[in-house]
Ligand binder design. Structure first.
Ligand SMILES: Nc1ncnc2c1ncn2[C@@H]1O[C@H](COP(=O)(O)OP(=O)(O)OP(=O)(O)O)[C@@H](O)[C@H]1O
Length: 912
């Protein structure tokens, strides 16, 4: 807050109008917010057919029927046709459609028809899967839907409104609501009163700097155009969040009429880290696919002089590279794990792809208060400047808590204020504290300033006001008129108590002459204060936190604590949790400030505890960890955690977190977070491992086949497989791969974070693709040597049948052997992938024998010698695959350990 920022005076809001709604005047449509905002609050209230005391229940009900539910735009899921259209925009589908067009032009209608079937099946499966997944997420979202504090009256005769919580969806234009720190602005609203209000409007404007909002004076010019509208001080919009301060406001527009809904229609959701990795792999493949037909044509023309007659085959090779089932498997895996988490552990995954990031997470940052502690602190003692018990200190602390709560109209007190009010109410030595003072002005608690201020009339001294300031020890002491040694001694006492695990608040007061009418208090008045004393509070650790954090560390997730609290208190908490803060040095906010981003990336990796953090520090630390290549999660519950939560790869919060945090989090825990943390991470890993398995299997098999076909077309004077055969076996392989969505994994595969590294996947695909192509080449050699008259039509039909069978058998083998990375094999009953592989192998063996075989140009009349030789090729390929997978798994493990060591050493060498 700037030094001159005003402290709001009580009663600055519009005077009451009697609140009788004027139905005849309620002609303004709710979306006409701009011109309503240009009017004085009273005129706007009248136009909306409401008053400062809100609507009656009957009016609210009638308006709800008229304007509909106040559902945020992201709750509206697109229809099936819209999803189908979106599926066509997928790069693979687009390439397939281009290839179908080329096939049609060159007269290969069969190929075009099969591609069309492939595209339709994959688009339908994908759209259906997405629809199901979105429905589940919408259902889960409803479980964490927020509420808002609204003023409503039972009927028109009822003069005093009741302030109560209603679901955000029930809000209607004309409702009068109250918002406090951490609240999400639930609709487009016009401020009636505001105290120190600061909102974050990034979801609407992209502007990351929070903006002060206040009730504009009559001299303010009216708004013109949308950009100005967001800057209007008296307007707040759905989707913004309250960073600090509080307000009473009237609802102008809800649901589809809000500015957020209007903007949302044109916005695409941002991609998660995991989605970006998949996208990178996909684009590499698309490039290869686009290169394939011209390459095949050119090479064939050079070697055997054939022309465009091989184009259908070249197109088919490109088609066979596509992992058509990628979107389907991805959506199905995510939805399945998310639904299981919600059902079994009451964990709600609000953004499905976040589950992958959770699986890849290797560092989890936690805020202390409310997450690691129970958030029900109790006052332990209150002492004066000399360290002896002093009831006056508790009295002033309670006065501050009461009046900041009342004047700032914060909907609920925070845990520390609540504890102070409880203690003051229970102690006879401070009896009457709540009647002695009358509040004048207040600035509620702000985590960036770390203090709150109330101004009260001084009893018995007309024209004198008392400023009561309460907050973090350092923040209050630096505003007190103290000699340096005295200040230092107080700091040391606070540090000693903090080491004992006590949470400390300092209290200071100052008497000031009441300002002249029209003049406000400013933050500059919070100087030269008289130190009153310290209030010490005790907080207990969440019982299941130590065990859950140990389990997490055993799974390779590093734990770091980021807190606004005193380093001593936080260090003690860390020790009780089994974390060793001293091992990596405690980073306090002032040390963080002294580091640039690069230095912070190193220091943040080493430290376990970050104390005295403002929201900005927490976000910087999270961003620094991400910049250092760590997949970072953040678990927090307060408004001071919001920026960090948004900066993290994956944001987590408990269900009772403040509304903005709940809306920004990717994962919301329905019950105690630590009871379900382990399983949530495991579910994330399960989906990450499933998807990586699918990519490994699909891509290396497709790549190997394409490579073999390209070489074969150059070696043989005929096509090694007819386009229809390639596409059919592609279809069978695709169908079998759908089972990856239901794959089971052994504990070993889930023991470490499961990131998707595009480079690693592409290297794997290249190595195993070449191995696959080598097996195919060996098959060609066997068939060429044993099939007599291969150049003739009958010989070709034999050749095709032989390769068709061998190809499906190798694909089945790849599904089983490349599914895991050697060491991670799941032991026990065969899972769905194994069964699908068996079915695929049986199809490969039997299909050429059915009437479909000859219809597709295959005659399976191979000699026993051919069969024996093909079996030998398969056996050798299987053995080579098993050895390569084992070797690869070992190298990967060694490489990761090496990387880990190197990073650790490097980081240790760089001191900030
Ligand atoms: N209601 C309050 N009034 C005055 N001072 C407060 C109040 N709440 C917190 N403080 C002070 O401000 C400091 C920072 O508070 P903040 O809410 O940012 O973090 P925290 O609650 O200490 O920890 P965490 O970041 O783990 O949630 C607190 O340690 C405390 O000293």
């Amino acid at each position: 807050m700037p030094e001159t920022a005003p402290l709001c005076r009580d009663g600055e809001g519009p005077p009451g109008t009697g609140g009788v709604p004027d139905p005849a005047a309620a002609a303004d449509r709710p979306q006409a917010g701009a011109h309503l905002a240009a009017r004085a609050p009273l005129t706007a209230l009248r136009r909306l057919g409401t008053g400062p005391r809100g609507l009656t229940e009957a009016e609210a009900e009638e308006r709800l029927a008229r304007y509909g539910e106040n559902a945020p735009p992201e709750w509206h899921t697109p229809s099936l046709p819209r999803r189908l259209l979106r599926g066509v925009r997928d790069p693979f589908t687009a390439v397939l459609l281009c290839l179908a067009a080329v096939s049609t032009v060159v007269g290969s209608l069969g190929t075009a028809a099969v591609i069309a079937v492939l595209v339709s099946v994959s688009c339908l499966l994908r759209a259906g899967g997405e629809l199901r997944a979105d429905r589940s997420v919408a259902g889960l979202r409803a479980l964490v839907a927020g509420t808002v504090t609204v003023l409503r009256r039972a009927d028109a005769a009822d003069r005093e409104p009741e302030s109560r919580e209603v679901p955000v969806g029930d809000l209607v234009p004309g409702d009068v609501i109250r918002l406090g720190p951490g609240d999400l602005v639930p609709a487009d609203v016009l401020l009636l009163r505001a105290t120190g209000l600061v909102v974050h409007q990034a979801p609407l404007t992209g502007e990351s700097q929070p903006l002060a909002k206040y009730v504009a004076g009559p001299a303010e010019p009216p708004p013109d155009g949308d950009t100005r509208l967001f800057e209007q001080p008296q307007l707040c919009f759905q989707g913004s969040s309250v960073v600090a301060g509080s307000c009473t406001a009237v609802v102008l527009a809800t649901g589809a009429d809000t500015r957020l809904a209007a903007g949302h229609r044109h916005r695409r959701p941002a991609r998660s880290g995991y989605e970006r990795s998949v996208h990178r792999v996909a684009w590499n493949l698309v490039r290869f696919m686009l290169l394939t037909p011209p390459l095949a044509l050119a090479a064939d023309a050079a070697v055997s002089g054939r022309g465009v007659e091989i184009l259908p085959f070249a197109v088919t090779v490109a088609v066979s590279l596509t992992p058509e089932m990628l979107p389907v498997v991805m959506t199905a895996v995510l939805a399945r794990n998310a639904v299981a988490l919600a059902r079994d552990r009451r964990v709600i995954v609000r953004r499905l792809p976040a589950l992958h990031d959770l699986g890849a997470m290797d560092v989890l940052c936690l805020d202390k208060t409310g997450t690691l502690t129970e958030d029900r602190p109790v006052v332990d003692r209150a002492v004066g400047p000399d360290g002896t018990p002093d009831a006056e200190v508790l009295r002033w602390a309670a006065v501050n808590a009461l009046w900041t709560l009342q004047l700032a109209e914060t909907p609920v007190p925070d845990a520390l204020d609540e504890a102070i009010l409880r203690a003051a109410a229970a102690r006879p030595e401070v009896a009457g504290w709540d009647e002695e003072h009358e509040g004048v002005a207040a600035v509620p608690f702000d985590p960036a300033r770390r203090l709150s201020t109330a101004v009260v009339r001084t009893p018995g001294r007309l024209g004198t006001h008392t400023l009561v300031v309460k907050g973090a020890v350092e923040a209050v002491l630096e505003r007190c008129a103290l000699e340096e040694p005295e200040r230092e001694a107080l700091r040391e006492r606070a540090a000693r108590w903090a080491d004992d695990g006590l949470r400390l608040l300092a209290v200071a007061t100052a008497e000031r002459p009441a300002p002249a009418p029209g003049k406000n208090y400013g933050t500059a008045d919070e100087r030269g204060l008289t130190f009153a004393g310290l209030v010490a509070l005790r907080d207990t650790l969440t019982t299941d936190a130590p065990e859950a954090l140990r389990a997490l560390r055993d799974k390779g997730v590093e734990v770091k604590v980021l807190t606004g609290d005193h380093p001593g208190t936080a260090e003690r908490t860390c020790r009780e949790l089994g974390l060793d803060p001293a091992g990596g040095a405690v980073l306090t906010a002032d040390r963080i400030d002294a580091l640039d981003d690069r230095q912070l990336a190193g220091a943040a990796q080493r430290a376990t505890l970050f104390a005295r953090c403002t929201p900005h520090h927490k976000a910087r630390v999270v961003a620094a960890l991400r910049a250092a290549g760590r997949t970072t999660g953040f678990l927090g519950d307060g408004v001071n955690d919001l920026a960090a939560l948004r900066a993290a790869d994956v944001g987590l919060c408990p269900r009772d977190a403040v509304a903005t945090v709940r809306e920004s989090a990717d994962v919301v825990f329905g019950e105690r977070p630590f009871a379900a943390l382990d399983e949530t991470v495991t579910a994330g890993r399960r989906s990450g491992v499933s998807l990586a398995s699918y990519l490994r299997v699909a891509l290396s098999s497709n790549f190997g086949n394409a490579l073999a076909m390209l070489v074969a077309v150059l070696l043989f004077p005929f096509m090694p497989m007819l386009p229809a055969q390639v596409l059919l076996q592609n279809l069978f392989f695709d169908a079998a791969q759908l089972t990856f969505a239901f794959d089971r994994h052994g504990p070993a595969a889930l023991r470490a974070p499961a990131p998707l590294r595009p480079g690693e996947i592409l290297r794997f695909v290249t190595v195993f693709g070449v191995l696959n192509a080598a097996a195919d080449m060996a098959t060609f050699a066997v068939l060429a040597a044993t099939v007599r008259g291969a150049a003739g039509e009958a010989g070709q039909a034999l050749f095709h049948a032989g390769w068709f069978t061998e190809n499906l058998l190798t694909q089945a083998m790849v599904m089983v052997l490349l599914r895991t990375r050697g060491r991670h094999r799941h032991r026990g009953r065969p899972g769905p992938v194994a069964w699908a592989a068996v079915l695929l192998a049986v199809t490969g063996l039997l299909l050429p024998l059915t009437p479909l075989g000859p219809a597709l140009g295959m005659v399976p009349a191979l000699t026993p010698v051919s069969y024996a030789l093909l079996a030998a090729v398969l056996g050798l390929y299987g053995a080579a695959l098993a050895v390569a997978v084992r070797h690869y798994g070992r190298r990967l493990a060694a490489g990761r350990a090496g990387i880990g060591l190197a990073a650790g050493r490097g980081a240790a060498g760089r001191q900030p």
